[in-house]
Design a protein around this ligand. Sequence first.
Ligand code: ATP
Ligand code: MG
Length: 552
Amino acid sequence: MPEHFIRDEVVKDLESRRYTQVVTRFPPEPNGYLHIGHAKAICLDFGMAQEFNGHCNLRFDDTNPTKESQEYVDAIMRDIRWLGFDWGPHLHHASDYFEQLYQWAVQLIKAGKAYVDELTHDQMREARGTLTEAGTESPYRNRPVAESLDLLERMRRGEFDEGSKTLRAKIDMASGNINLRDPVMYRIRKATHQRTGDQWCIYPIYDWAHGQSDSIERVTHSLCTLEYEDHRPLYDWYIQALGIYAPRQIEFARLNLSHTVMSKRKLLTLVEDQLVSGWDDPRMPTLAGLRRRGYTPESIRDFADRIGIAKADNLVDMALLEHCVREDLNKRALRRMAVQRPLKLVIENYPEDRIEELEAVNNPEDPAAGARMVPFGRILYIEQDDFRDPPPPKYFRLSPGTLVRLRYAYIVECTGVERDAAGNVTEVRVKYDPNSRGGDSKGRKVKGTIHWVSAQHALDAEVRLYDTLFTVPKPDEAEDFKDVLNPASLEVIRGAKVEPALASARAEDRFQLERVGYFVADWKDHAPGRLVFNRTVGLRDTWAKIESKASS
Ligand code: ATP
Ligand code: MG
């Protein structure tokens, strides 16, 4: 368990008996899919509850009907479960509390702590003041309590137009904290809500709904990201003004990840403008996208542990996330052979009709994974990249006159090539040493080991190679984030050749294609007879390099 200040605070609160149990909540707004930043919050919220034998509520912060939908609600629940967390019976909605919130608003008006205002949005902004100048009080601020009560009721009944009236808390227009300058509590919104239908036409603002929802649910620790630090005085003010159960809000730094964006507004733009194939496009930082990319829940939880919980914002390198999934898959992904860009290789001295079954280990990291038999014959496919004529400097693969080992099989020596009219190599010819199977090289200079598949037995597959969605580490800093999209973030290869064992791959099965990378069978498009593999991540770990540079 990595240590962090939030755990320390929770322990202190239990020791001082400020709270006697731990209740947290994860409060997503159902206006988009969850992303890797939410995963950090989920791991913290559910993790703290688990660790202290409490519970974590899943509460939909469904206070803005125009942007929310059931599709998002369903996706959020699916993704949290996939990540490995369960809210059990603790499912809530801010909309469950609309009536209670309304009653509390009435209570605040009666106590002289709230009023109905009639300033327009622009007038209100003008009157709010600045960081250095106090705001000015609304002319409606001191209207009689009875008048505010009557107007609020009529707002609720739908008598007024959107934007014509609001309910505001009466706090302090000169406060150094702008959030306390008579914040809006309700606004008129004549929209149908996915749960409450047309029952309401006034909807609570986040600050008015959130703390009170926490209080109703007896949340002890309301953990949220740093941008809410300035809202905490308001959070506490509402609770005190109402005299209700007081949860404690604690803020932590949000996750920022390189080479991606995380604002739901921007992610929605990518989806709506069809710059990606959907919320679950494997290039998206969403949990649905990472899942389709082949990420495991374990690797994401490990990532959340490693980045830790801090009080200062920073940018985490995407290479760390990739490192986590590589480590996890190295332990459990079955090894298979597949050739992405096939080049024909003919073994001249191998009998035409002979087929051998060669044993290949399924996972050197896991003896329990066993072995399989791979067919070998006279004609094979190798990667185009594994042959060069002439060879560039430091080339450890096949070229005329050199020897390489075919993985799990024999040592071969290149004897010649065939070329097409344009001079491209169409076929590589080799001789094999029948005594070299699995054995030593007998002092010969073997350049390296390459993978292959038997041409006669190979299956066709589509492989999708993904790269980062953006070309720069901080796309949010570009004038328009769409300008820095990576045009090469997806490459589809249709003519890949894979070993026959992959015929039984099922959607979401993960493999290490030897020397190529980690792949997952795509859950939407892969089917028996139509093999589709998405590259999760390549084999080269760039994180190790970044880390050693940082520590040297
Ligand atoms: P938006 O992008 O529209 O501002 P949001 O990302 O804050 O929305 P919510 O659904 O309100 O979306 O977030 C639910 C919870 O997840 C909140 O408690 C929020 O603090 C947390 N959260 C959101 N983004 C991150 C992030 N990048 N890192 C850590 N926690 C996050
Ligand atoms: Mg939010």
